[in-house]
Design a protein around this ligand. Structure first.
Ligand SMILES: [Zn+2]
Length: 65
């Protein structure tokens, strides 16, 4: 589960690796190849968001800082 809605109706993107809350997603959020840095597992996660479709993958540079 990569996104989750909280009680107040906002939606958050969670790290697919460690489950840490990373950033908020609103209704029309769009991003392409956004490198989200997770401080929990110290990895970069490439995030693609287009409307309701969210795709995330560990970056090829994962673990390199
Ligand atoms: Zn993580």
């Amino acid at each position: 589960m990569k996104i989750k809605s909280t009680a107040d109706g906002s939606t958050w993107f969670y790290c697919p690796i460690c489950g840490r809350k990373l950033f908020k997603v609103i209704r029309h959020t769009q991003c392409r190849d956004f490198p989200a840095w997770c401080r929990g597992c110290k990895r970069e996660i490439l995030v693609n968001i287009d409307g309701q479709t969210i795709f995330a993958a560990a970056s090829a540079q994962a673990g390199v800082s």
